[in-house]
Design a protein around this ligand. Structure first.
Ligand SMILES: Nc1ncnc2c1ncn2[C@@H]1O[C@H](COP(=O)(O)OP(=O)(O)OP(=O)(O)O)[C@@H](O)[C@H]1O
Ligand SMILES: [Mg+2]
Length: 271
């Protein structure tokens, strides 16, 4: 097959391959599209934790975005980890230049262990300037709490927080419910005229490394192919759920999900 669309991913590298740019490329590819990248940081990590993070010079991030997009125009953009206000500023500057309309923002702010990954100035800029430029924002519960200065303990709290994000200019909000202790996983999609609760089977596994990155890339891919945003969220959640269900159980810690769950190898390619 030929790629159905072209996606630019702006995010950090995860050496273990389960999250970050690596998960994004696998997702876009497994869903039939062409992936391009602008790397914001290089992390050394495995399934048990992060050893080190090296930030890429913001000027180089800008170069990757502009030089790549000027040649191959992306149909959609997925934005992941932006660790400083300088990086957020250059991403805003480049988005204004390249004028791609479909943009999915995964506002990565909190590490799995609960540590804040970005400072208050960066959070303010993200909230005041970046959110209004994107099609969809996909915070998890801790990120939605930071962005809205609310506490989230229930689906009503999730809807309240989503409405606060609409008030600051978000067009579509998907608050991910992986962190709540509910029986099923509830991801809630909210716009000014719609609320949709996606209920999914909660798998009992520690292997959920990179679910957030994978979900936003899957949504970006579906949107880039012309699917409506709500449908793209539904399809993205299904892709992640199948990936968790069939995870390969790699590593000693929080292992990756199975990004290949959509792929069937033709017999003639089998060894
Ligand atoms: N145990 C699980 N079973 C089924 N689905 C899950 C499970 N954990 C997370 N998900 C799904 O994975 C997606 C990502 O949700 P989550 O709340 O884990 O995001 P996140 O915290 O940003 O992930 P990450 O840790 O990769 O940053 C959501 O669609 C959520 O429903
Ligand atoms: Mg996340």
């Amino acid at each position: 097959m030929k790629p159905r669309s072209k996606i630019l991913i702006i995010a950090g590298s995860d050496s273990s391959g389960g999250a970050g740019i690596q998960a994004d490329i696998k997702t876009v590819t497994a869903l039939g599209s062409y992936a391009m990248t602008a790397i914001t940081a290089v992390t050394s990590q495995n399934t048990t934790g992060v050893k080190s993070i090296v930030a890429i010079d913001p000027k180089e991030i800008l170069n990757q975005i502009i030089f790549t997009s000027n040649d191959i125009n992306p149909d959609a953009i997925k934005i992941g980890m932006l660790h400083s206000s300088k990086v957020i500023e250059i991403v805003i500057k480049s988005l204004d230049k390249i004028k791609v309309k479909k943009i999915i923002l995964d506002p990565v702010m909190v590490a799995k262990g609960g540590a804040k990954l970005i400072d208050n100035k960066a959070i303010k800029l993200l909230k005041n300037e970046l959110i209004k430029r994107v099609t969809l924002i996909t915070p998890n519960i801790p990120e939605a709490e930071i962005l809205t200065k609310t506490k989230i303990k229930s689906k009503e709290d999730m809807i309240f927080a989503a409405n606060k994000l609409l008030e600051v200019g978000a067009k579509n909000v998907l608050i991910k419910g992986g962190h709540l202790k509910s029986k099923t996983v509830q991801d809630i999609f909210v716009t000014n005229s719609d609320i949709k609760i996606f209920n999914s089977y909660r798998h009992k596994t520690k292997n959920t490394h990179g679910t957030g990155c994978t979900l936003s890339s899957a949504i970006a891919t579906f949107v880039s192919c012309g699917k409506p945003i709500k449908k793209s969220c539904e399809l993205g959640i299904k892709y992640v759920n199948s990936g968790i269900k069939t995870n390969p159980n790699y590593g000693k810690g929080h292992g990756p999900i199975n990004h290949l769950n959509t792929i069937f190898i033709d017999r003639k390619f089998k060894l």
